[in-house]
Design a protein. Structure first.
Length: 134
């Protein structure tokens, strides 16, 4: 049981910065691409395909009644060992930006005497419209 005063404290501006990284007010598409490339580099997984679905930068005219989440959808394809694929997925999961795994397709293939995994994933990366982001 820890005393409340023994927990590290953060200033609200520090927390605001972390929240802005986790759920930014703009799509921040270059950051989504950089996050996937960084996870790829960390795990040794080569990027075979990285595509981003078109994003509308205009708010829906329905206003607050609109329940659709603003999202950036990315498709990532690679061929790697199972261990590398596992490291890649862990690297993506450990990043600060909130992401959801929409679809995953793993296929084991034999290349010569070695078995490799063909991975195709669809990732959703979320963001929030703020009053000053329009």
């Amino acid at each position: 049981h820890r005393d409340l005063h023994s927990f590290p404290t953060r200033r609200s501006s520090d927390l605001r910065g972390l929240l802005d990284e986790a759920m930014p007010s703009q799509p921040m598409i270059p950051q989504v691409i950089a996050d996937l490339q960084n996870a790829s580099a960390q795990s040794g997984v080569p990027v075979k395909l990285l595509s981003i679905q078109a994003v509308s930068l205009k708010k829906n005219s329905d206003g607050p009644k609109d329940t659709k989440r603003p999202v950036v959808q990315a498709t990532f394809k690679t061929i790697a060992t199972f261990a590398q694929v596992q490291q890649f997925l862990e690297a993506v999961a450990n990043q600060r930006r909130v992401k959801g795994l929409r679809n995953i397709n793993l296929t084991v293939e034999k290349v010569g005497v070695e078995k490799v995994v063909s991975l195709e994933i669809e990732i959703e990366s979320y963001y929030i419209y703020s009053a000053d982001s329009s």
